[in-house]
Design a protein. Structure first.
Length: 148
């Protein structure tokens, strides 16, 4: 299938596909006229990339999953390198949740003091340091790519 067909089926843009190709995540064949040609395996790769990015993974973090699929595995998340990426992301999420819980507790205490009318002078409170790499919620319309 041609680039426009693949982009439409994957819910992305031809520009995103060319970007993924430039990053080595997608490889296009060429037909006799030099047009890019893709197969069903490329659609599986794109769907894997999109799911991971919707979960907040950096584009480069998708590479082990893509390589796993390209190696012939039925899913991209069964290879050791993919499992390592999952573990790193889970640790990142756990750190972020812990930081946000600390901030939440500080806000809860301040609210309690304010409601009781005995709000102390604000002191240093934990700042929400948590910053998830490229996190975004899945949109109703498919986002293009992230150039991170």
């Amino acid at each position: 299938m041609r680039i426009g067909d693949l982009a439409q089926r994957a819910g992305t843009t031809a520009r995103a596909l060319r970007y993924y190709e430039s990053r080595g995540l997608l490889t296009a064949g060429r037909d006799g006229n030099g047009y890019r040609e893709y197969g069903e395996d490329d659609l599986r790769v794109l769907r894997q990339i999109r799911v991971l990015q919707d979960l907040g993974f950096e584009l480069e973090d998708t590479r082990p999953f893509v390589e796993c699929l390209q190696a012939g595995h039925p899913t991209g998340d069964t290879c050791p390198a993919s499992i390592d990426v999952y573990r790193r992301k889970l640790a990142e999420l756990d750190r972020c949740i812990a930081e946000l819980q600390d901030v939440r507790e500080s806000v809860r205490r301040q609210l309690g003091h304010a409601e009781a009318g005995d709000a102390p002078e604000p002191g240093p409170a934990p700042a929400p340091l948590c910053e998830l790499s490229s996190f975004h919620r899945p949109a109703a319309t498919a986002p293009t790519h992230q150039e991170n």
